[in-house]
Design a protein around this ligand. Structure first.
Ligand SMILES: C[S@@+](CC[C@H](N)C(=O)[O-])C[C@H]1O[C@@H](n2cnc3c(N)ncnc32)[C@H](O)[C@@H]1O
Length: 196
């Protein structure tokens, strides 16, 4: 277990409702704010864990499209917004490093920089625990910024390999702009090959 503080809980500024409102305002201005949900829906699975769901921004949209969604987050304020906006979805307050949902998913999405907001040192535990929640052939999808001083892509790939996950797709954006090494954002899809 990491002794470092969780980066999101120590660095977050603004309320959960303010966080969610920025997306609502962008949507009201005509912007498509569902790139992550489009990406995950196109993978074709039925059950999705929104891991580090925050206000449920991505999971709410996937549930609205008929997918079987659950969400987990460590920030109870973010979860309060998720619960208010989509009460039918199960939203659980827990740490991704240790949560045991006693079920498996076709896909797990960690959108919105979840990987770089974890407690430093806990990333390998989180990736391994997410792999434990994937059905055989299930997909772990993560999008996060790549910047000095934060968790980087090779570390993520190393954690994934150690957890039995194989890289099957990598993009520069959620709308599938091709990945180029040296980019400042990556969307990675790893497949879990293992059985029980
Ligand atoms: C930038 S927000 C993204 C929220 C949401 N995925 C989105 O795209 O809008 C990062 C989220 O990761 C969550 N998070 C960070 N570390 C976590 C952990 N160890 N377990 C569960 N959630 C965590 C934070 O609480 C926060 O809600």
């Amino acid at each position: 277990m990491s002794n470092e503080p969780n980066r999101w809980l120590t660095e977050r500024s603004g309320s959960a409702d303010e966080y969610d409102a920025t997306y609502q305002q962008r949507a009201a201005a005509g912007e498509d704010v569902h790139g992550e949900a489009d990406f995950v829906a196109a993978l074709g699975g039925h059950s999705v864990l929104d891991a580090g769901c925050g206000t449920g921004r991505v999971g709410r949209e996937l549930a609205r499209r008929g997918l079987d969604v659950a969400g987990v987050d460590i920030d109870v304020q973010m979860l309060a917004t998720a619960r208010r906006m989509a009460p039918a979805v199960p939203w659980l307050a827990a740490d991704l490093a240790t949560v045991d949902l006693r079920r498996k998913f076709d896909a797990i999405v960690m959108a919105g920089n979840v990987m770089i907001y974890l407690a430093p040192g806990s990333e390998g535990m989180v990736v391994a625990n997410m792999a434990r929640h994937l059905a055989p052939g299930g997909l772990l999808v993560a999008g996060f910024q790549l910047q000095a001083g934060y968790f980087h892509l090779q570390q993520y790939d190393d954690c994934a390999a150690a957890a039995g996950l194989e890289l099957v797709q990598r993009w520069a954006t959620w709308d599938r702009v091709p990945w180029c090494p040296g980019g400042d954002y990556a969307v990675s899809v790893h497949r879990y090959g293992g059985g029980e």
